[in-house]
Design a binder for this molecule. Sequence first.
Ligand code: GP9
Ligand code: MN
Length: 400
Amino acid sequence: NETDAVTSQKYLQQIDSKPTDLFGIAEGKNVVFITLESTQGFVINQKVNGEEVTPFLNDLIKDSFYFNQIYDQTAQGKTSDAEFIVDTGLYPLASGSAFVRRPENTYLSLQHILKQNNDYYAATFHGNDRTFWNRDQMYEALGYDTYFSKKDYNVTEENSINYGIKDIPFFNQSVDHLEELSEPYYAKFLTLTNHFPFLLEEEDTLIDEADTEVGVVNRYVTTVRYLDKSIETFFEKLKEKGMYEDTVFILVGDHYGISKKYEQGLSELLEEQPNIVNHMNYQQVPLIIHVPGQEGQTIETQGGQIDIRPTLLHLLGIETDGLYSFGRNLFTRDNDHPVIFRDGSFISEDYIYKDNVCYGKENGQEVDNQYCEPDSEIVRQELELSDNIIFGDLLRFLVE
Ligand code: GP9
Ligand code: MN
């Protein structure tokens, strides 16, 4: 009800945004947002059999804001949760996908905000069926003007694998649609080839499989390598067409590719011990924000996918106060605020809290639960407020 709406409003209003020199550096630019399917942070600058897994991304981060401590906050909604978090600034649901369960809500989405501020046109591109994850319905609620899906692509048996059209033809064909959009635009691209169980044809294999005891991990490096190539192809094409300069690019992994079940293969690959500290590190996803002409910088601030939206808005020169989001600008985020996971676990400046056990963050030693209690309280509060907003459809009272 409306009282709950006011409670949420009060909490969210204390999330301050602080000024920085970067405010507005990308004002008015087109935005190209790319989700890197199943891409975990460890692939960046990682070599397998002496070869880089992501040579293009490794180069790109040298001229980008590269955030190397960003955590996957998705739950059962997988890709759709990653989309939900970025677009709404809310946490995903504890079970199921908000895309499927709450498409009729009022949302103050990133797309709405951009439309209101600079008349951005919002489009989304994905090679799978329109209705997957209920995207057709949810994208309307989020204010997308156009949704290019499978039916808008020339999809053949030759150019498809696993869930659909391969990433290279996907980007190639997308450019033709992108060219037609009115500017400035916000364009989201969901890649697909690097999806479990990581299948790839010989002709697309650019790197040898890894050599661990876990086939999933071995194949994963080849599909990540292919994804890297597809991004390179896309950038080249945009440069050729003069569509690169005036665009800010955001690339982010949507969630893990190697689930816990296969993690021992990852430990083998990286020659690391299977322990809580490394397990948490594997939950990191790469976040790259590339503004052409802007000098590169690696930012070690701890954060989550929920922090992407205010960070982008900051660069676009849009104030984030009063936008009902749980995210914090990564350029100013306080490390003492925990990164919150949907199951109530978290990672803070000094602790990891997982499955009701509190660990020291640096050494992974179990410590008394009392050390995690204060942050745990914040975690419960944020998740509850976010759930209230979603289940109570509270933004209908707050957003005109
Ligand atoms: C399918 C794509 C991948 O359209 O979103 O699915 P997911 O990663 O959510 O399993
Ligand atoms: Mn996914």
